[in-house]
Ligand binder design. Sequence first.
Ligand code: NMX
Ligand code: MLT
Length: 433
Amino acid sequence: MDTLKQKFADKALSLYTEMRAISKESGDKVVAEVTLGQIMSGARGIKMMQWETSELDANVGIRFRGRSIPEIKQLLPSGPQGEPKPEGLFWLMLTGEVPTKEEVDQLTADWHGRSEVPQQCYTVLDSLPADTHPMTQFTIGIMAMQGDSIFDKRYAEGLSKSDYWDAVYEDSMNLIARLPRVAAYIYRRAFKDGKHIEPDTSLDYSANFAHMLGSDDKDFRSLMRLYLTIHADHEGGNASAHTVHLVASTLADPYRSLAAGMNALAGPLHGLANQEVIKWIFEMIDSLGTKTPSKEQIATYVQQTLDEGKVIPGYGHAVLREPDPRFTSQRRFAEQYIKDSDLIDTVWKIFDVVPPALQALGKVKNPWPNVDAHSGALLVHYGFPEFSFYTVLFGVSRGLGVLAAGIWSRALGMPLERPKSVTSDWIKAQAKK
Ligand code: NMX
Ligand code: MLT
């Protein structure tokens, strides 16, 4: 067994035993109340699932195994310019331990060794019109590899419950290894006339992904390390993670559950917001006729968007109540590496203008920017203006978190998820009580 898998197995076995004992001895303990409002508004704040890899604090933002974004930037082994490598985050999410540089290098090599994408995936993608939305291509590409599922094969052969995690680990590692190749293939066929670029396995996961997309710029490699790290996980309740968790709880294999989650990520209130942000900014620039709009011009455009009954993409959050630290870390990156970008200046002016405009509506719980408010402008700066592809980048990163969490779920023997629903009659009756 490889080091990561062995480390995980040791930790998971002892946590499994502990969780079983807690469930048996304290399973009846009441820990929360639920209001009618919560039931009627998207289950906000209802604690209803266990998720090992990260936890979201409304004010601090995401903590991966207890470490905030500024902390992981300090702690995790990094690339040459100091941005953390997503390999290290994956190790942390699975083991709770900060890996050494050697352990991260081993993981990079392991993923390179698993990264060959089966030909049928490319054949299926090639059969789609090249202008099929990249997120549609991405989920289809993932499903086209499902026949390779080790879990599926071993389950059919009579896999014991205690070994589910092992097969899910193998599928998850293979998927994570392959996702950048599938994503880069989609990008190059959609936007670069199908001129594909061979992987370079001397590079780390992120730099190789950047290379296959078409950039060997050292700053863009650093951005990819940061990007793939910060988008990976946002506790279990967000729509993509929860979807993966729900589907995997039926013992659908990681290919099926990840594809399901990617369809959730493709919604404009979730991951697709990253394309919507840059689209909205480009439309604003067109409508105002200037690449350097003033704050006053932006404020007028924001009001117009709100008056049309639309949301301001990249702002607001279901849980966060402060600016998203993932937004802030991208801003810091831009401050460090990018000088004189009108587009990035515009993103920062929007940050000054939108929160008071949303606050003035009197109903928005969080007027601050989320992760999607910044990412597109960085990608445009490095030569990737094709915004319909952006959610695929988010998806490659999200795969790391949800698949790591999925390995935990099977190792902890989590059952089929099946919460209770109620009808409007029940709600009316409760309201009268
Ligand atoms: N612009 C305009 N109105 C907003 C915004 C916004 N950015 N955010 C919230 N509201 C409205 C919301 O539509 C709702 O209106 P109504 O009562 O008329 O239906 C009201 O404010 C209360 O909503 P909240 O409770 O503050 O937010 P909720 O938890 O329901 O939704 C989001 C959270 C993220 C869906 C919402 O803030 C939004 O639509 N944001 C824009 C889309 C976006 O950036 N999504 C990306 C989230 C991050 N990600 O990557 O997943
Ligand atoms: C995410 O990264 O999943 C988003 O911020 C949405 C969420 O946490 O609900």
